[in-house]
Design a protein around this ligand. Structure first.
Ligand SMILES: [Zn+2]
Ligand SMILES: [Zn+2]
Length: 134
């Protein structure tokens, strides 16, 4: 059975569903993610655009276009919460933190990171046992 996950913005105005399994789940250390979101690395689940559906509040969504042409941050214009961002492959990248917050504070087991990406570009070292890809 295909699983469905729900995410929403802080004040519940925008609701988004994610169906199936993410293409990728991991920690991204690339400079674009850092720059787009002001984080040292990004804990991501990445989905095909067909897997994601705006269930409620589509009119509230705004886009921030990153200087890198393919990357956009999609956020709620009411409360400012980022729902997801897009990348050069046109994937929909949803933060594991948001998934955790919207799932009663628990990230579903199957969405946990299984590796690090662009590790060579990191700004902090991570001392864990996950495989690290450059
Ligand atoms: Zn990245
Ligand atoms: Zn909102």
């Amino acid at each position: 059975m295909r699983k469905t996950y729900q995410i929403h913005c802080e004040y519940d105005g925008v609701k988004v569903s994610l169906t199936g399994s993410p293409r990728v789940k991991g920690y991204c250390h690339c400079e674009d993610c850092r720059d787009l979101l002001n984080v040292p690395f990004h804990s991501v689940t990445a989905w095909n655009k067909e897997q994601i559906k705006i269930v409620e509040g589509e009119a509230l969504l705004s886009e921030h276009q990153h200087p890198e042409p393919e990357m956009k941050r999609i956020f709620c214009s009411n409360c400012g919460e980022t729902l997801y961002n897009t990348n050069a492959m046109d994937w929909r990248v949803v933060s594991q933190l948001l998934l955790r917050k919207c799932n009663d504070g628990v990230l579903p087991d199957e969405l946990h990171s299984d590796s690090h990406f662009f590790y060579a570009r990191r700004i902090i070292d991570i001392n864990d046992t996950l495989p690290k890809h450059d």
